[in-house]
Design a binder for this molecule. Sequence first.
Ligand SMILES: *Cc1c(COP(=O)(O)O)cnc(C)c1O
Length: 365
Amino acid sequence: MTDTPAAPAVDIDLDALAANYRFIKAAVAPAECAGVVKCDGYGLGAVETARTLVGEGCRNLFVTYPVEAARLRAALGPGAAIHVFNGVDPSSAGPLRDAGFVPVLNTLEQARLWKQVAPASAATLHIDTGMNRLGLPLAEVAEVARLSLRIETVMSHLASPAPGESPQSERQRLHFEEAAAAFPDARRSLSASGGALMARRFHYDLVRPGIALYGASPFDAPDPRLRPVARLTAPVVQLREINAGETVGYGATFAATKRMRLATVALGYGDGLPRAAGSRGSAFLGGALRPILGRVSMDLIVLDVSGAGAIAIGERAEFFGSNHPAEHAAAAAGTTAYELFTGLGRRVARRYWRGGRLLAEDRLR
Ligand SMILES: *Cc1c(COP(=O)(O)O)cnc(C)c1O
């Protein structure tokens, strides 16, 4: 992984993505394993990640909007079913039907619309079992069942998946079974990454992992069974020493109490490093984690490299990756790996690796 430009980059290990897919697939078998590639594959690139998952035998992809589905279909061709989480409206129903995408019907109105526009086309029905976010209320399930739509999959979503016991998950699971009984021919899908890592009774026929495929745990602490997929690095662009009493960065929020060595690194909130990481986060450089000093700027941060061996201009600091788990980097900024990944800025080059070789690179030029 050399010849990286002197700018931030995220290296994406497609072998690790494939390994994570195989791990979850084996953990939930005989249930099927889908791949959630919404939000541009959690910020890591929907096309490359979906291509890898399909190569591992993944037959169901989930995105949020029709435009994401169209982009995948154009790049990958037919093969996997592409489900569209946010459903249909009068302007998208016809195009979704014509493209053969599978809408996730979330309301009675959406179900009626699909009945009108595409009565013979497959749909996924999302039942809200207690998250109170998206999906059909339990009270309207019978009415949708009477429409005799081609519901191939009935799904719901867990609000509080947890490695141990979770009373809310169990309540949701029982509601789900009850509602799904109205669609006896449909396969059942309840779990995202969290539920897929929970007991077998949460797996049903199809699981829908996202974050675990990308190597981060849905439970915030790193899971040794998942391989890190994304590694965010940025180069050192300047080195300096300061004396006690000098300050660092905007607002002079950090003041040195002793002589210190600093490394300025080309990564900022414009690249998706949260401002909340200022004075709290760190990056791996010169063999150890180095604290971020003072505020995060748009394009830059300053690391404390006092006591480190020789650090060279151009050397790359790792903000998350195998030396610094994304879950830890996220926690230091009061957020999650989900938000870190999806928040990666457009100018962060995405570099795709397979079998130790650089397969593709996607960057602004
Ligand atoms: C995002 C999403 C998923 C995937 O969730 P992860 O926690 O990333 O595995 C699955 N199902 C639904 C409905 C989602 O919105």
